[in-house]
Design a protein around this ligand. Structure first.
Ligand SMILES: [Mg+2]
Length: 258
């Protein structure tokens, strides 16, 4: 784990102050990546760590999953916001998304028969976007090429590649970067901690926010724009533990005497 996150640097200690907003991706960050995306869930260990943080900080989940899908997976944990579809789906949003939904439906009709011919590929309709998963493909590189050629022909589409998934979103739809910005502004945050694990999170790592941000990628990647990293997903649980302990009364007393 990066030295920052072991909890002994000013930037980490600053997170204890009021105004910190904690924003977390779901798959690969809070939950292990599973062969079937439907099986992903919080482990008891991660659920306890997340609950502990959510009791002490405002927490938002920012995920590529549908809002309702992600919300069900964190049910019982007091997170304040769940933002779905890579930042396009907000709770209670009244933005008219019919145009997007019609466009996504058109893409789905167009590519469904072709996706079925790619071994190990599966199409998921998320309403505001499509995900073509190939976690179970025996030849993932070949599947990625075939999927890439398929989605390149879709009008008005932007492809956000992820870990063995191609996410297809309307080209003018929000992304995790604009969603992180909106979260920071709407919640009046004084600083933001954002943790993600995938290429889809890089726009959020690169986002120029109106407040200071601590960005963390799960797994080291030299090309990542994240300021810090944790070595593995288990490191996220330890990071959350440290974050929660920053706001424990006993921990505050210790710091006051340092
Ligand atoms: Mg992820």
């Amino acid at each position: 784990m990066s030295a920052l996150l072991t909890g002994r640097t000013p930037q980490f200690l600053d997170l204890a102050f009021p105004g910190t907003l904690v924003v977390l991706d779901f798959d690969g960050t809070l939950a292990r990546i599973t062969r079937d995306h439907r099986d992903a869930k919080l482990s008891p260990r991660s659920r306890a760590a997340l609950t502990s943080v959510a009791e002490r900080y405002p927490v938002a989940i920012l995920t590529g999953r549908r809002l309702s899908d992600a919300a069900a997976r964190v049910e019982g944990v007091p997170v304040r916001w769940v933002i779905g579809s890579h930042g396009a789906e907000w709770p209670g949003d009244r933005v008219d998304q019919r145009t997007w939904r019609v466009m996504v439906l058109g893409w789905k009709r167009r590519i469904t028969p072709f996706v079925q011919r790619i071994a190990g590929a599966e199409l998921e309709d998320k309403g505001l976007s499509l995900s073509i998963h190939y976690r179970s493909a025996k030849r993932p590189d070949a599947a990625a090429v075939a999927i890439g050629e398929l989605v390149a022909r879709l009008p008005g589409a932007r492809v956000i590649p992820g870990k063995r998934v191609a996410n297809v979103v309307p080209e003018n739809a929000p992304d995790k970067g604009s969603a992180l910005w909106r979260l920071a502004v709407d919640t009046g945050a004084g600083r933001v901690l954002f943790v993600g694990d995938d290429d889809t999170d890089e726009v959020a790592f690169r986002a120029r926010l109106p407040v200071p941000a601590v960005t963390v990628r799960v797994g080291y990647d030299a090309r990542s724009a994240a300021a810090y990293h944790v070595g593995s997903r288990a490191g996220v649980d330890r990071l959350l533990d440290n974050l929660a302990s920053l706001r424990d009364p006993a921990s505050r007393r210790r710091r006051a005497f340092r």
